[in-house]
Structures are given as structure tokens and as C-alpha cells.
Write a protein that binds this ligand. Structure first.
Ligand code: SF4
Length: 263
């Protein structure tokens, strides 16, 4: 590892983003999240975070980016060890990165705070927003994503829908399919058609976690269900064939901490 990178990690080969350089505006020893998803690859939440606050000054991230060696990057992605919209300076961070880098900026969010005007205003500057939506009801949100008290299913769905209406960038819904929701694909299709993202990403947890992944065959069947029922929405899956890129991470250890795997 090149010394001096605390807040940026990767680049990592991402099936959704190509070569993705991660920015972690949370960067704490423990995960900072308001969800505790059954399949979370960075471990169980010890204490929920529910308030937005500044964890890392944007200036520190920009200083690291200015030291970045020449490397092939498709996206600069706000993600990291938890939920990036919990960083109260996310909007400032996106704008600052776009001032000094030419690559498009992505945000991977669990969607929990997209019901808040201020959060939607901040992430609207990103080029690609990927919002998680695994649940189809308040009960399934409780059973799959296990949110902190106060996070409500209806607010998430309506927040993403309102965002869709004004957002000019690319919006994807990432749906993690596991045994818990595999029989509810029609309800997830209904939500996709209600929100009308540009893309649905059909995923299943392939990194180490406490629930089993669905098979490639099952995921392709689900992908085809979406394709048949969601006119005008691109559908991709974690098992799709794609060009393998030779991507070298700045630090395997720091990447592993945020992502659960390096390659
Ligand atoms: S939203 Fe992401 S970081 Fe938070 S618990 Fe779920 S998988 Fe883990």
C-alpha cells in the first residue's frame, strides 16, 4: 500500500461501475449505518447511526485525491463502511470531487434518507445514484434490512420516486435477492415500474455473510421476469458476463475493510 490513503480505497472491479475508486466519508473503525441488513458483508451493526453528521472533512479527501497515482477509473464512488448519506457533507464532497476530477461520480445508498429534501438535493449532483430496494413492504424492510427506529418503508419508496422525477443522471435500483424475498419478485417488479429507474440491478450476496446466495439459474430467471415486465428499464444481474479488467487496488487491506473483497 502506498501510505497516505485513509479515505479513498480501491479502485475495485465493480460489476455495476467498472473500475470504481471508493470514497469513504464515514471512515470509522465500526460500520456507520442505519440498517443492519441480513447479508451485510461488513458485519453486524453494533450501534445504529441515525443522525447525519460530518465524520471526515472534505478537504482531507481532496488532499488524498490530489496524491492519487495515475490509474484507470470509470467512476469515483461514494460508498464505504456504511451508509454514505449519513455524512452531512456528502453534497459538498460530490461537488468538490467533480471540480478536480474528470470521472463521473456515483453514490451507492441504502435509500433510507432519500425521503429528506436535503439528501436529495445533495446527491442530485452525482452522475449515477444506485439505491438499494430489497423490501416490498414495511414488514419485509424490518426482516431484511432491519433499520433503526424511524426509518419507514413508505418514505424510502416515495423519496426515491420524487428524486427520479427531478434527477437527470442515471438512477438504478439495486435489489438483493435472497431466500427471504425470492417469492416476492412480482412486488419488487411493481415497485420498479412505480419508481421507473433507468436500471434494475438484480443482485444476490456472493461475498461472505450469514445468508446464502441464490443460484445463477435463479438469478437469471428473476432477471428475465424483470425484463418481461419492466418496459424501458435496463436490467442487469450480478452473474452477467462482462469484460474482466486488470485493476490494481491502492491497498488490499483498506479495500477489504470497506467492501468485504478486493477483486
Ligand atoms: S445498508 Fe449496506 S452497510 Fe448498511 S447494513 Fe445494509 S449492506 Fe450493510
Amino acid at each position: 500500500m502506498k501510505k497516505g490513503f485513509q479515505y479513498i480505497y480501491g479502485p475495485v472491479p465493480s460489476w455495476r461501475l467498472g473500475s470504481s475508486l471508493g470514497i469513504d466519508l464515514l471512515s470509522q473503525a465500526e460500520k456507520i449505518c442505519n440498517f443492519d441488513c441480513l447479508y451485510c458483508q461488513i458485519g453486524q451493526v453494533k450501534e445504529y447511526a441515525s443522525e447525519r453528521k460530518v465524520y471526515v472533512p472534505v478537504k482531507a479527501v481532496i488532499e488524498e485525491l490530489q496524491k492519487l497515482p495515475e490509474t484507470n477509473i470509470d467512476y469515483i464512488t461514494f460508498s464505504g463502511r456504511g451508509e454514505p448519506t449519513l455524512a452531512a457533507n456528502l453534497g459538498e464532497g460530490i461537488k468538490a470531487v467533480k471540480l478536480i476530477r474528470k470521472e463521473p461520480v456515483a453514490v451507492l445508498t441504502n435509500g433510507s434518507l432519500m425521503g429528506m429534501d436535503e439528501v436529495r438535493k445533495e446527491i442530485i449532483s452525482a452522475d449515477f445514484v444506485v439505491a438499494k430496494l430489497d423490501a416490498h413492504s414495511p414488514e419485509s424492510l424490518q426482516s431484511i434490512n432491519r433499520p433503526v427506529k424511524g426509518v419507514e418503508f413508505g418514505n424510502i419508496v416515495e423519496g426515491i420516486k420524487v428524486f427520479r422525477k427531478s434527477y437527470k443522471g442515471k438512477l438504478a435500483l439495486q435489489m438483493m435477492l435472497i431466500d427471504n424475498n425470492r417469492n416476492d419478485v412480482n412486488k419488487l417488479i411493481y415497485l420498479a415500474n412505480y419508481i421507473k429507474p433507468d436500471e434494475v440491478q438484480v443482485n444476490t450476496p456472493l461475498r461472505q455473510c450469514s445468508v446464502r446466495a441464490l443460484s445463477k439459474e435463479d438469478i437469471f430467471k428473476i432477471k428475465n421476469n424483470f425484463l418481461d415486465a419492466c418496459a424501458g428499464i435496463q436490467v442487469v444481474s450480478v452473474f452477467d458476463e462482462r469484460d474482466g479488467k486488470d485493476i490494481v487496488s491502492l491497498s488490499d487491506e483498506d479495500t477489504l475493510k470497506r467492501r468485504g473483497k478486493v477483486k
